[in-house]
Design a protein around this ligand. Structure first.
Ligand SMILES: NC(=O)c1ccc[n+]([C@@H]2O[C@H](COP(=O)([O-])OP(=O)(O)OC[C@H]3O[C@@H](n4cnc5c(N)ncnc54)[C@H](OP(=O)(O)O)[C@@H]3O)[C@@H](O)[C@H]2O)c1
Length: 281
């Protein structure tokens, strides 16, 4: 097995290169900064250019070489162009972190079809575009690492997140297939499953309208930095998945062993969430 800093040692140029989507905020930003601290050149992709400039400044201060690439992951041409421009600028791509995504808050019965298609466009198709475009670079160079950000609720469906969970289950399935297909070419694929994390995730769209303040009262949340650090530390290592928090690991295990017990836990979560929502409204 290659060491954690394999790309740092192997890179023929001055720096190994990581491209991170959704780098303007939260987990993506923390991941970009973590790679920058390890001396990587970091290509930063998201829609908000001014926010990417702020992240670039932080990455520069941390010792990395940032490259701002505003793009919408829903647009396949923009994802491919971001990778092409990264290669043009740095000559290689060692790590691809497909992280851009957002949440939807709605019961399965009340889901709007357009919203369901939109969240698949971003969370699943955007990630697939990134996976394929990165693999096309990494397979010929016989090296590379793709991190696909799913969620702990990409392993167990939770109430009011049916659309979001469906996208994240899809991410896990796609990534497991890709992992075995790309392994003979020296390309690793790792699925990242964060638990509830303090980011802007809960303050956008239906998450904010319906339950954002209730979620902010849940105490069991983690900061994005340890997730970014873990991703950067894992680059070059053959690790199938990163699952965060003891609670997250327990939920994944219990869902696999006993869906009935997991249902009971989810019913408790549903009641707790509804109570929080009543209290904040
Ligand atoms: N927070 C949690 O509790 C949690 C838990 C498990 C998994 N996750 C996953 O972690 C990932 C990052 O989420 P976060 O918590 O860090 O949320 P966040 O702070 O809201 O960050 C989301 C990022 O995705 C980018 N993005 C959204 N739509 C995009 C698009 N169409 N094209 C390009 N970029 C886009 C946003 O940038 P722009 O708006 O500038 O485009 C932003 O940089 C997501 O995939 C999320 O599902 C989060």
């Amino acid at each position: 097995m290659r060491s954690a800093d394999a790309f740092l040692m192997e890179s023929p140029g001055p720096k190994p290169v990581a491209l991170i989507t959704g780098a303007s905020s939260g987990i993506g930003r923390a991941t970009a900064e973590a790679f920058a601290q390890r001396g990587y050149a970091v290509a930063l992709v998201a829609r908000r250019a001014e926010r990417l400039e702020e992240v670039a400044q932080a990455c520069r201060q941390a010792g990395g070489e940032p490259f701002v690439l505003p793009a919408d992951v829903v647009r396949r041409d923009q994802v491919e162009q971001a990778i092409a421009r990264t290669i043009e600028r740095f000559g290689r791509l060692d790590v691809m972190v497909n992280n851009a995504g957002y949440g939807v808050f709605a019961s399965v019965m009340e889901l709007d079809e357009q919203e369901l298609r939109r969240v698949f466009d971003v969370n699943f198709f955007g990630l697939w575009y990134g996976t394929v475009a990165a693999a096309r670079v990494m397979v010929p160079q016989r090296s590379g690492h793709i991190f696909n950000v799913s969620s702990i609720i990409g392993k167990r469906g939770t109430p009011f997140h049916g659309a979001y969970c469906a996208t994240k289950f899809a991410v896990c399935g796609l990534s497991e297939s890709a992992r075995v297909e790309l392994r003979p070419y020296g390309v690793h694929v790792t699925v990242v499953c964060p638990a509830m994390t303090r980011t802007e995730f809960f303050s956008q769209g239906s998450m904010a309208r319906r339950a954002g303040r209730a979620f902010s009262r849940f105490s069991r949340t983690m900061a994005p930095e340890p997730i970014g650090q873990a991703i950067a530390r894992t680059a070059g290592r053959r690790k199938p998945e990163l699952v965060f928090t003891l609670g997250g690991k327990f939920l994944a295990l219990i869902s696999a062993l006993s869906p009935r017990v997991a249902d009971g836990m989810m019913e408790m979560y549903r009641r707790e969430l509804l109570k929080e929502m009543e209290e904040v409204t």
